[in-house]
Every structure is written in structure tokens, then in C-alpha cells.
Design a protein around this ligand. Structure first.
Ligand code: ARG
Length: 253
């Protein structure tokens, strides 16, 4: 009897840990897809007052419509997003993740929804390229590809990590650091919005392809998403949205 109980609880425990990612069919049957993002990375995902919006949020709405499902959004710290996929706490993540080898070991990426890269921003116009970062203090958001790539610039004095990209920007704005590395479209938007703040846009440190991610091996969902995304790129709705945010088409080519 006792043994039976032990076996039963072991089986139950296994079931908890083996919670399977939902397939595209299961999600369609349910009619709702649970998508997680950060909400602190304008113009891609951010809050306008209490409303979650941005290029990625609006694009996801277009894609979901083509998939025949409605989105239930969740917003969390950037660091928690991919981890939650592994625990099947949500179906998909869209938060400007660059496709990296390291991440691809843990999650499955969809087709990319835009191409961009990490740009160097400073107050001092002399700081423009990787070599200008020699002996400088550089701000980046924790867990990002910016961190990874700034780390490779061995001549810097120090890299400072911040929980959000907004915090990294503030550090530069108040001159607690010499430079900030972020997405080039984020940098452009910040400079355009604050023309008198003195942000100087430098060179791109690296380029990357940005994609949504699903749980490792959830091919049906990755394909369902990528197919619907391709449809938005084919019917003009992607271009229209991209132009609204960036005045250009930001798809990879
Ligand atoms: N593109 C960078 C990366 O892949 C930064 C993404 C930051 N996203 C965000 N929602 N804060 O890591």
C-alpha cells in the first residue's frame, strides 16, 4: 500500500515536470494563445499609460488573427521570459530576442520578424565605434545580446548591467556611464523624442535577426506562427505597420 502511494506520487510528480508545451492544434482549439513580453522596450513593446503596445505587440495581434486565435498578454521582466517557456508558463515570447546559438539551445525560434543590431550611443560625440569604448564604462540591459557583445570588447573599463533598457539609458543620460548599447531603432526613437538631450548615435557594434520563441521542439507552433507572419509580409499589413513605427520596412532581407 505504502509502495503504491510512493509510486503514485512519483508518477504525479513526473507529470508536473513533463507538462507539455501546447501544440498549435491545442491552442487553436482553445482559441487563445498566451504570449509573454516585457513592455519596457519602446518602440517594440511598451506601455502607453496602462495599454501594452508597440511594433511587436501590434504585429503579434496581426499574426494571431491569421492564426485564428486571440492573444492573452503577460508582461514580465526580460530575464524571466525564455525561462518561462521551458516551464510551459506561456506559449510564445516576443520581446526583441536576437537569435543566438546559446538561446537556440534552450528554445525554438520562429522566422525573424525584423533585422537590427546593437548600436553605440554616447553623450560625447568622440565615442562612436568599438575602439572608442577603450577605457570606458558601458551600460547594457541584463540578459541581452548587447551584454554578450560588449563583453567581447576587451578594452572597455567596465560594463554596467541594468534590469531594464530604460535604466541603462538613464545611466547614460545622467552621465553615470560613458556609453549605452541598445537596439538601433530604440536608439533612433530615443534621439528623435529627446532632440535636446544630447544623445549621439554611433556605429553598430553587431547585427542580429530578431524572432519570437516557443518552447524547445514545439515545431507546430513555431511553423504556425512563421506561416502567419509570412502572410502579413505578403499582404502589405506588415509593411504598413512597420512604416507607422519606423518609416521603413524593417523585415530581414
Ligand atoms: N535584441 C536584444 C537581445 O536579443 C535586446 C532585447 C531586449 N528586449 C527587451 N524587451 N528589453 O537580447
Amino acid at each position: 500500500m505504502k509502495l503504491l502511494k510512493v509510486v503514485a506520487s512519483a508518477v504525479a510528480l513526473c507529470a508536473v515536470f513533463a507538462a507539455q508545451a501546447r501544440t498549435f492544434d491545442e491552442i487553436k482549439k482553445d482559441g487563445k494563445i498566451l504570449i509573454a513580453t516585457e513592455g519596457q522596450f519602446a518602440p517594440f513593446n511598451f506601455f502607453n499609460g496602462t495599454t501594452l503596445t508597440g511594433f511587436e505587440v501590434e504585429l503579434a495581434e496581426l499574426v494571431a488573427k491569421k492564426m485564428g486565435v486571440t492573444i492573452q498578454w503577460k508582461t514580465l521582466g526580460f530575464d524571466a521570459l525564455l525561462t518561462g517557456l521551458r516551464q510551459d508558463r506561456w506559449d510564445l515570447v516576443i520581446a526583441s530576442h536576437g537569435i543566438t546559438e546559446e538561446r537556440a539551445k534552450a528554445v525554438t525560434f520562429t522566422q525573424p520578424h525584423y533585422c537590427s543590431g546593437g548600436m553605440i550611443i554616447a553623450m560625447d560625440p568622440a565615442i562612436r565605434s568599438a575602439k572608442d569604448l577603450t577605457g570606458k564604462v558601458v551600460a547594457v540591459q541584463t540578459g541581452t545580446s548587447y551584454l554578450e557583445n560588449v563583453q567581447k570588447v576587451s578594452s572597455i573599463k567596465e560594463m554596467k548591467n541594468f534590469p531594464t533598457d530604460v535604466d541603462a539609458r538613464s545611466a547614460l543620460n545622467s552621465r553615470r556611464v560613458d556609453a549605452w548599447v541598445t537596439d538601433r531603432f530604440v536608439a533612433k526613437a530615443v534621439a528623435d523624442k529627446n532632440p535636446n538631450a544630447g544623445f549621439k548615435l554611433g556605429e553598430m557594434l553587431f547585427i542580429e535577426r530578431i524572432a519570437a520563441a516557443v518552447a524547445k521542439g514545439n515545431q507546430s507552433l513555431a511553423e504556425g506562427w512563421s506561416k502567419a507572419l509570412a502572410d502579413t509580409m505578403a499582404d502589405g499589413s506588415y509593411t504598413q505597420l512597420s512604416k507607422k513605427y519606423f518609416n521603413e520596412d524593417v523585415r530581414c532581407n
